[in-house]
Write a protein of this length. Sequence first.
Length: 385
Amino acid sequence: MISRFSFPTRIVFGPDATGELPNEIKPFSPRHVLIVTDPGVVGAGILEPIRRMLRDSRIATTLFDGVSPNPVEADVDRGITCYREASCDFILAVGGGSSLDVGKAVRLRTSNNLPLEEYDALKGGSEKISGNMPKMVAVPTTAGTGSEVGRSTVITPRATGRKTVIFSPYLIPDVAVCDPKLTMGLPPKLTAATGMDALTHNIESYLSTNYHPICDAIALEGVRIAAGNIRRAVEQGGDIEARRAMMMAAVMGAIAFQKDLGVTHSLAHPLSTVAGLHHGLANATMLPHAMRFNLRYAAGRLKEVAVRLGVNVNGLSDETAAEKGIERVSDLLREIGIPPSLRDAGVREEQIPAMASQAILDGCHLTNPRPCTQEDMVALYKAAF
């Protein structure tokens, strides 16, 4: 069996890294930069210093701040209209995963004009994507999705109403500028949700059935870093070392999930489209249930995860150690204030059938250690209630 590996983009990482933006953008010689972001980033005062810095460097910009928390095709439509009306030739995406994903989708739209659902990775859409796209720099303001180094964008097309993964190496940003200082103003709840997104990426990618030992090694270290720092980042938001660690864990999780993910993400995506949950919160709530679902199929790997979670596994069988690891995840969720159930997060039980129907169509579970049926999806949602 032949495997093909590739790793992502140039990364400029560390406190005050945003000061390097003009130096990272100028070599591309853009005529006009479209900044893609959301109203929250603008309201937090993050964007104006960046625009001023670029203006002082004689880099022209136009702002598009119409990104939704769970991005939909209409966001992309408005973004590409703004791009074309301003005669832009470069994209700077600033924000959480939603802003970065919309930035990538606008980038896709500049030269790929099929309906978005046609680019669904699960349906071979990657083969329809050409590489004639503008250059892009990504600046994350949360430590969660890792979209700044990822090859995919997740958007809900109007034709399907289902979160859809669009995947191509051409979508990797040319540069990721990762400044943990930009995350220091995040409130505890958002820090917890985005941090659990990073932890979930690392755990699920390690459990994925695809062969990629390079990603395995990165994922396990990502688990250790995230588990060891998320509580401190939540409780002491001004701790720059904790913020730095969580931003690195997010980057590592996105690098690792080149190997693919698992059933947690298939369950989480409908929790956003049907029930409106933040993606990180959806992952966090479903993660221990998905880990338990996989226990008999991946006990050895779950034991390795438990070690990185800080569990003493000496003398324990794989299954017992795996159980201890799952318990540690549940404890961690309580410690950082994640709602203990879907009901507590505002999900209604009558939404389960619609979510299960979407979850089984989601491609993430195809590399889950344990094969999934729609009935399994229903049972997992019910277990989380």
